[in-house]
Design a protein around this ligand. Sequence first.
Ligand SMILES: C[S@@+](CC[C@H](N)C(=O)[O-])C[C@H]1O[C@@H](n2cnc3c(N)ncnc32)[C@H](O)[C@@H]1O
Ligand code: SF4
Length: 320
Amino acid sequence: SLLQRNETERRNESKQSTGQRGPHRVQVTTPRSVNYHFTRQCNYKCGFCFHTAKTSFVLPIEEAKRGLQLLKQAGMEKINFSGGEPFLHQRGVFLGEMVRYCKQELELPSVSIVSNGSMIKESWFQQYGDYLDILAISCDSFDEETNRAIGRTQGRKSHLDNLYKVRNWCRMYKVAFKINSVINTFNVHEDMIEHIASLNPVRWKVFQCLLIEGENAGGNSLREAEKFVISDQEFQDFLDRHRSIECLVPESNQKMRDSYLILDEYMRFLDCRAGRKDPSKSILDVGVEEAIKFSGFDEKMFLKRGGKYIWSKADMKLDW
Ligand SMILES: C[S@@+](CC[C@H](N)C(=O)[O-])C[C@H]1O[C@@H](n2cnc3c(N)ncnc32)[C@H](O)[C@@H]1O
Ligand code: SF4
């Protein structure tokens, strides 16, 4: 398809984001694509979660906007809002304001969200849908029992009903729809082909369940995800079973660990290289260039996993 061909072309583009700057010609990383986990609070309890509710802190909106502007000045082209559950804080108004700000005022080519989908209202799409390029909803199973066993649920709500509801709103309000799935011991043998085909996402990200010390593994973590972990071979078998799905983008542990630029709730870059998340200083205190030196971001891996793809809805040729 056109989308895929363009993606391959972009993947092969020479990278432009490390430049030689200043008298000492040090390598400077440009934060082209940033994941801002602005809240750690969540209404779900996924047992494998690697970004847990260690604080309840959220920046004031004006500070968050200032940070986003700093990132834009440093070369950011794509922002992804994540968490925790991003629609939880101020019932989605905080998130909506940031989405609108990034598209309308900063004019970022790509603004996206990753959400569990359970807190989104149609009125949110009416108010903010125009400013959003991509909405990714996480779904690890098409069996309600499995979702409950994983903890991807709240009370009696059906995760799958929400998923299909949000999928339709994306169609109605012209937001590109994506799915994220974490492959773990509970869903590793599932066949998701039919459901994924009928939901027809622009991208299906398939993650191998990852352990991060201090988040979902080791002492003083809020989750113990060891029982969810699968082997590289089990992950490969899942991918092989789903190879007919063209939009599938696999992310093994190795690929995932170093290829994301993560900003936490204080706007500190998190360095995952050591298998845990070590924070830098906040970009609000020391600026982007200083903070990013400690981010552990592996730009080669970012490009290798296809981190740069068609990320503006204006550039997508899609049947809504
Ligand atoms: C931490 S969540 C935050 C956004 C939102 N609450 C959600 O679940 O989509 C961001 C993404 O990370 C994925 N994720 C969480 N724990 C993971 C793990 N241990 N390994 C791989 N992916 C994981 C989630 O499924 C989700 O797609
Ligand atoms: S992965 Fe689950 S527990 Fe973690 S933030 Fe997302 S919905 Fe919440």
